[in-house]
Design a binder for this molecule. Structure first.
Ligand code: LLP
Length: 385
């Protein structure tokens, strides 16, 4: 764990901040690229996980494309030097300006989430005298066995086109002359830690691929989304996710013409473990109920995952390695849910101690807010230390 190795250097820095281990990031990206390229698979980095400039630049060095979910993400990707032809754009609510921009730039594909969206993209492309490439995002109704707020592929989710509608959609497509269906897109959810949901996904993909090609659709790619989880409980046991296993599951279970490209959209598994939130203890108190609480100088505005999903992030006191006790680590914001961890065991966190909140490289700084007029969190990169 980088923070432990360089704890003396961290002492002098003003907290809170995200500490990024750029060496681990590069190793992780390399492992993902090495394992995926064994099968000729292509990775789009899910920019929503972390849009930090230095991280994004590093991703670019590894030749990945980008998975975007807003017009601003598409623009940022293109302005950061990613070729438009490596950008995919999903999202249930693309507005007309965002669609126009994507068409103008010639992105690889719109991952289209509803019948109506197909018609709107068709109309806008027609007005522009263009044909837009589309992948149909089909909701495969696969249970990812993850937290309900980050599961997207079940039958009642707002994402994607219902598999029950595909007959109607396929019948409508020949009328829509300004869109070209180049692929199918799926994404079942995030923080998936067993392979079974991915095997189920492959089975659905095989079925739908046959269904579409059997009706004369000429697909060039299948995008199976992201979702590979990371180890939040014991990050040091698994700093780099098992990409070898993950990609081999798709290689074994997909039954698709080898000429069709297989695309992935990975976020958390690429950047999750390279980030730590470094914070300092401000105060200690004991509640009437007898809980020992340490108030730190960070909050849910820097890292909302514990408040939003009751997510567990391992926490360590970098300043002390003594007798352990049971503590609640609380943030500064005026919300009862602003708690990083309840009843965890760690060396007494006393005023001035530096704590690390681990595995916060994904959906950490990207979800920060300015609630209570807090500053957005700063970033410190290992390359600069
Ligand atoms: N593709 C699509 C269409 C997605 O919606 C997502 C994530 C990904 C790819 C990347 O998934 P990943 O490989 O990172 O699991 N804020 C939540 C996670 C939300 C994920 C949203 N979609 C969290 O902090 O756990």
């Amino acid at each position: 764990m980088l923070s432990r190795q360089i704890k003396d250097k961290l002492q002098g820095l003003s907290t809170p901040f995200y500490l990024y281990d750029m060496g681990l990031l590069r190793e992780t990206l390399k492992a993902a690229v090495d394992e995926s390229s064994k099968y000729g698979y292509k990775i789009h980095y899910a920019l929503k996980a972390n849009f930090d400039e230095r991280i994004f630049k590093t991703v670019r060095e590894f030749g990945m494309g980008v998975d975007c979910v807003s017009g601003n993400e598409v623009r940022y990707s293109i302005e950061s030097g990613f070729p438009a032809a490596s950008v995919v754009y999903a999202g249930v609510g693309k507005n007309d300006d965002e669609i126009r921009y994507g068409i103008e730039q010639g992105i690889f594909a719109f991952n289209c989430e509803s019948r109506q969206e197909m018609e709107i993209i068709n109309r806008i492309a027609g007005e522009m005298g263009k044909v837009a490439d589309i992948a149909l995002r089909i909701n495969p109704d696969v249970d990812p066995h993850t937290h309900k707020n980050i599961s997207t592929g079940h039958g009642d989710s707002k994402f994607g086109i219902s598999y029950k509608e595909i007959e109607e959609v396929a019948a409508k497509l020949p009328e829509l002359k300004n869109i070209n269906i180049t692929g199918l897109h799926f994404h079942i959810g995030s923080q998936i830690t067993t392979m079974e949901p991915f095997i189920n996904l492959c089975q659905r993909v095989n079925m739908l691929y046959k269904w579409f090609t059997g009706r004369g659709f000429r697909l060039t790619h299948i995008n199976v989304g992201g979702g590979l989880g990371v180890n939040y409980t014991n990050p040091e046991a698994e700093p780099i996710p098992d990409f070898k296993k993950y990609f081999s599951i798709f290689a074994e279970n997909l039954d698709i013409d080898p000429a069709i490209e297989i695309h992935f959209e990975l976020g958390r598994s690429l950047v999750g473990q390279c980030g730590e939130l470094i914070t300092k203890v401000l105060y200690n108190k004991v509640t009437a109920a007898g809980s020992n609480v340490a108030i730190v100088d960070s909050s849910m505005t820097d890292l909302i995952r514990p408040a939003l999903y009751q997510a567990h992030h391992a926490i360590e006191n970098l300043s002390r390695n003594g007798d352990k006790g049971i503590y609640t680590i609380a943030g500064t914001v005026c919300e009862s849910s602003d708690i990083f961890a309840k009843g965890i065991e760690l060396s007494a966190p006393l005023r001035g101690d530096i704590l690390t909140i681990k595995t916060t490289g994904a959906y950490g700084s990207a979800m920060a807010s300015r609630y209570n007029m807090h500053d957005l969190p700063k970033a410190v990169y290992s390359d600069d230390l």
